[in-house]
Design a protein around this ligand. Structure first.
Ligand SMILES: NC(=O)c1ccc[n+]([C@@H]2O[C@H](COP(=O)([O-])OP(=O)(O)OC[C@H]3O[C@@H](n4cnc5c(N)ncnc54)[C@H](OP(=O)(O)O)[C@@H]3O)[C@@H](O)[C@H]2O)c1
Length: 494
């Protein structure tokens, strides 16, 4: 990331929300601190409750102090941020909000890129874009170099028809190159490093296919529950909340062909091809290939936590999935016959996101005492402690030819001193610059829903029975079956 002196501005809709406090404000602070955002960047927050600029600045300072990835906030840096930080009070529905916003922008940042970050629920997204357009805030002005970019949060639609309709509606006001559909997993260092690992190191890419890979696991596990968002979760479930976006995005990066270049569309073309090659799961097949489950009461971190059905705003007989595991196939030349096992869950034994590539056994067991041997395994840890480990077999010292698997470990934190920037830092910067490489294109998001919709429909039709697991465990026993059928087991969550 390099510094830029763009006379830019950033407007956050939903400026008093949880996302703004926990993610956007710390990202903004670090981008200014490290010189990636121009110090003169004007930042305006828009929300409903009345408050002065000074009150808003104090609120955001508190957020930066609480959630910044480094301890404390440098007062000199914060003074720079605060000197260009203002608040526009109004509702998203009222044209006067946009008139007030426009006059502040025109007065204080008339040129340069304007980044509109919609940290709002999905129901508000389209209305805001429409009113921004009506206020003339989305038009490009070649004379002054003024451009407008809009970042939208997940969820993008709730199924294929709604995502498609939303794309079409948004395209009335914006072009694809102005629209940045965020999937914050793509901002994680290890996720970006997947392309470097594969396409910069011949030792991996040469083996990255059906001839050498036996199967792949992708896990996104959380120990937290639904955090009081019962109303939201009842409508969504983990298949749509996490697999539709984060898990499928990781899968595309693991499975895609080398792109023609690093240009945003070249990369996204390859990702879309993977999504198109996914073997559809429909009807009764969903019951065979997908295990969906829900947590019951259990122990997490030594404390008893309630069952999902006992959470606030949750139906006491809810069938919403808080865990899902599935076996999927990418039906193309490279991956024919290689199962990809995907799992995501809440209230599991730990927070962990990783990709595990299991390589095939050697064709012939040359060493007679090979009972301790293990297949080669490459683990890409996305969180926590981002890093990579490679398991290979070695001889145990001594007179016998005894073999044991050992791990070669590499951690981002240890190698580069610190964990690197947060995903939102990279994504905010890219969106301001107009680099869409790490954002989801319209056809990508629709292809994701095309795969997910029949699975969710099978849940509704009761084609995939709901299993249960105690909170704080590895998930339902039923999920083991998917791998046992291949003579394998999930990597333990530990
Ligand atoms: N929280 C996260 O970590 C996270 C992570 C990923 C994605 N997301 C997504 O990001 C979006 C925002 O989530 P959030 O958790 O930040 O929401 P939130 O805490 O409920 O905040 C909503 C914000 O929008 C404002 N607002 C709501 N209705 C408004 C209206 N009609 N007019 C003006 N302002 C209005 C609120 O202002 P007042 O306070 O003034 O009422 C508040 O600033 C959601 O789509 C969510 O799915 C969130």
């Amino acid at each position: 990331m390099s510094s830029s002196d763009l006379p830019a501005s950033c407007v956050i809709f939903g400026a008093s929300g949880d996302l703004t406090r926990r993610k956007l404000v710390p990202a903004l602070y670090h981008l200014v601190k490290e010189g990636h955002f121009p110090a003169g960047l004007l930042t305006l927050g828009v929300a409903r409750r009345p408050k002065t600029d000074e009150q808003f600045q104090a609120e955001l300072l508190d957020a930066a102090q609480k959630y910044s990835r480094t301890k404390g906030v440098d007062p000199a840096v914060w003074a720079k941020v605060a000197s260009r930080l203002g608040y526009v009070q109004g509702t998203f529905e009222d044209p006067a909000t946009y008139a007030a916003l426009k006059s502040r922008l025109d007065a204080s940042a008339p040129t340069g890129t304007r980044l509109f970050y919609l940290a709002v629920g999905p129901d508000d997204m389209l209305g805001i874009v429409q009113r921004l357009a009506e206020a003339g805030l989305l038009a490009h002005d070649p004379a002054s170099g003024r451009r407008a970019h809009v970042v939208v949060e997940k969820p993008f639609g709730e199924d294929l028809p709604s995502a498609h309709a939303l794309n079409q509606e948004l395209f009335k006001y914006l072009s694809e190159d102005q629209l940045f559909r965020i999937d914050h997993y793509l901002g994680k260092e290890t996720v970006q490093n997947l392309a470097v690992l594969r396409f910069e190191n011949m030792i991996f890419e040469a083996l990255w296919n059906r001839n050498h890979v036996s199967h792949v696991e992708i896990t996104v596990a959380e120990d937290i529950g639904i955090e009081g968002r019962g109303k939201f979760y009842e409508k969504v479930g983990i298949t749509r909340d996490v697999v539709q976006n984060h898990v499928l995005q990781i899968l595309t990066l693991v499975a895609m062909e080398p792109p023609l270049s690093l240009e945003a569309n070249a990369l996204r073309d390859e990702k879309v091809k993977v999504l198109r090659a996914l073997r559809p799961l429909t009807g009764k097949d969903v019951g065979k290939e997908v295990v969906r489950a829900q947590y019951t009461e259990g122990l997490v971190g030594g404390e008893t936590v309630p069952a999902y059905r006992a959470e606030a705003d949750v139906d006491p007989v809810s069938k919403t999935d808080t865990y899902v595991a599935m076996r999927v196939f990418v039906d193309n030349w490279r991956w024919a016959g290689v199962p990809f096992f995907l799992r995501a869950g809440k209230r599991l034994s730990r927070r962990l996101a990783e990709v595990v590539v299991h390589f095939r056994d050697p064709p012939y067991p040359l060493f007679p005492e090979s009972s301790g041997r293990s297949a080669n395994v490459l683990v890409l840890r996305l969180q926590p402690d981002e890093g990579i480990s490679l398991r290979f077999d070695t001889k145990v010292p001594g007179g016998n030819m005894r073999i044991q698997g050992v791990d070669m470990e590499w951690s981002y934190g240890k190698a580069f001193g610190g964990g690197g920037p947060e995903a939102y830092e990279r994504l905010l910067l890219d969106a301001l610059r107009g680099d869409a490489t790490l954002f989801t294109r319209h056809d990508e998001v629709e292809a994701q829903w095309r795969f997910i919709d029949p699975i969710v429909q099978a849940y509704r039709d009761d084609n995939a029975p709901l299993s249960f697991y105690s909170a704080g465990t590895r998930g339902p026993d039923e999920a083991e079956r998917l791998l046992v059928e291949h003579g394998q087991a999930w990597r333990p969550l530990l």
